[in-house]
Design a protein around this ligand. Sequence first.
Ligand SMILES: *Cc1c(COP(=O)(O)O)cnc(C)c1O
Length: 384
Amino acid sequence: MIWDELQSELDALQAAGLRRKRRTLDLPCGPQARVDGRSLVSFCSNDYLGLANDPVLIEAACAGARNWGVGSGASHLVSGHLTPHATLEQKLAEFTGFARTLLFSTGYMANLGIVPALVGRKDAVFADRLNHASLIDAVQLSRADSQRYPHADLAALERLLAASSAGRKLILSDAVFSMDGNLAPLPGLLELAERFDAWLLIDDAHGFGVLGAQGRGTIAHFRLPAARRLLYMGTLGKAAGAAGAFVAGDATVIDWLEQRARTYIFTTAGSPATACALLASLELIAAGDERRSRLGQLIAQLRDGLAGTRWRLLPSPTAIQPVIIGDNHETLRIASALHERGLWVPAIRPPTVPGGTARLRVSLSASHSDEQLAQLVDALRDLA
Ligand SMILES: *Cc1c(COP(=O)(O)O)cnc(C)c1O
């Protein structure tokens, strides 16, 4: 029976220590979490600028709901595309410097829509091995030939491109890698895309709002131009503090995606109240140098604090700061010892990361206090 099969697979996950467990938080997203009545300082969220529970966004969402309602009522191409959505797309285009943008309900859906709309059976995708699951799934859905290159290895990518006789070629990469926090070599990727007449799609889920002048993202960080063959995907549920995603690019390409991206067409448009919150968020991001330098301070404080312990840090300039422990069981032990001390840091193990590199994935937010960070550093030094 299917139930027995599923139950025994669940039991196997449990036995292997791989069964995931949700925790219900009874406070809004922020550095101070409460789970089962227990207070914990959380280093888990992607709310890098502390905007998820910001009073300005909350007010914008409330006003947005009063003026535009809670639901959009239909998909964008039917009747769900309201003025706040249109304004948000326009503001995102101005902010990122691209000709046009298109909104999606989530980043996962954006990737699943973009890739199959651009490439198919006779085409090839060249993807970094450490790309996010949504990009991996998007390639499968497209049925294009999937070629994966070793992490950030431009020479290997160049060889694959040179040997390819595919029709269209699409290079896919996270801009900031979600388990390591490091940056993709974007200038080199763009140069290869130009040289081999390929498209380049960059997923900036963790860089948008955080990196580059005014938080314009990883492309701005590298001072790259809004090249025509470049597609930029940013998500709006992380640093932007709400929900959703967008893709920015050349007007013709975005026009095409509007006609062909199935996760754009066959789904209800996002809430107009969320779009209103995001318009406010975009202003806070643009004016957010203080939040970004605060985040930078916390990153430096953590890295300085852990220097000289036996645990390795990765060369991450971002809010994602993994502490490599190595052994799976030791990583779990450290995570639970931190938990005992009121600190919540996720333990990341294979297969999410390569064997022997189990880690604590510390996510910092501009809203963490010096004391909260010092508490984490002291606990980690003590446990090391
Ligand atoms: C979080 C994430 C996504 C998915 O975005 P959602 O809006 O949460 O669906 C896509 N790509 C990367 C690299 C991410 O980290």
